[in-house]
Design a protein around this ligand. Structure first.
Ligand code: ZN
Length: 164
């Protein structure tokens, strides 16, 4: 587990709370926000992977990262942090890279998430840490996590095993 600053803990608690609200709204329990270096919220999103409104590419991190590019200049994004309730998958890590966001803080590790979702057809979690994706990029992205994993896991308990 990563020890977080009080500010990082605060923002991670916000996305964990949002992930629970996503579940309550009938969505998958994932959420992400992007915050600039001075703590200003640039973008937020919950998972929207379910039809008919959403599609499987609409992960919270991907949506939030894209929205952040409309809210801030590239230099500001380089100093921004994306907080997410679960470690970004390979697709979202790619989006974070392409959007130029400089730092990621996540709660649940992808390994822990995989134990929660199993091979659920709506979320067949990849076993590929975001650090491995970022390591192949041309610029450095700082990563902190996992942290507050038990809090983040609570939003998933019973969700992936429940009949739809
Ligand atoms: Zn993703």
């Amino acid at each position: 587990m990563t020890t977080l600053s009080p500010e990082d803990t605060h923002f991670l608690q916000i996305v964990i709370r949002m992930s629970l609200e996503a579940r309550q709204a009938g969505k998958h329990p994932f959420a992400a926000i992007v915050v600039d270096a001075s703590g200003v919220l640039l973008a937020q999103a919950i998972n929207d992977a379910l039809p008919p409104d959403g599609d499987p590419t609409r992960h919270a991190e991907l949506i939030a990262a894209g929205r952040a590019t409309h809210a801030a200049a590239r230099e500001q994004l380089a100093d921004a942090t994306l907080y997410t309730s679960a470690e970004p998958c390979a697709m979202c890590a790619g989006a974070i890279y392409w959007c130029g966001i400089g730092r990621v803080v996540y709660a649940l590790s992808e390994t822990r998430l995989l134990t929660l979702t199993g091979n659920h057809p709506e979320n067949p979690t990849l076993a590929l840490p975001c650090r491995d994706v970022f390591a192949r990029g041309q610029r450095r992205i700082a990563v902190a996590g996992p942290a507050l994993e038990d809090d983040a896991a609570a939003a998933h308990h019973g969700f992936w095993s429940a009949p739809r």
